[in-house]
Design a protein around this ligand. Sequence first.
Ligand SMILES: [Zn+2]
Length: 149
Amino acid sequence: MFKTHVAFGFLAGILSLHYLNPLNQIMFIALVLLGATLPDIDHPNSKLGSKFKFIGFLFEHRGFFHSFLVIPLISLAIYYFTHSYTYIMPLGIGYASHLVSDAVTKEGIMPLHPLTRLRVRGFVRTGGALEYIFFFGVLVFAVYRTISL
Ligand SMILES: [Zn+2]
């Protein structure tokens, strides 16, 4: 779910602030959150995907856009347009956080699509009780980390 991806992305962002020490922490977190919402662009019913329905039409949901192989491609594209490394790390962290949190769901992801359709899956049902517990756990931890920054 959208809010779980945002919460998990926020946590990944807060934790990586500690190691990466970016110049602009607010922008860094904002880019992590953007990255965390990007993969569901392939889902016509998601917040982002409903605005880019043609992508959901062209690409299978949780296919190409839910592969770790997309991250270097997007990074190259960003570098090509911005000539800066500033955006690559936070967007990549957010993107990866989305894929990791989708990988623990029953539907899972194909982390190396389109090279192989090998699927990685967990036991969390999307929208189920466990996801809510996960969401609130991550939220509480993220808020705690933010306060202690
Ligand atoms: Zn997803």
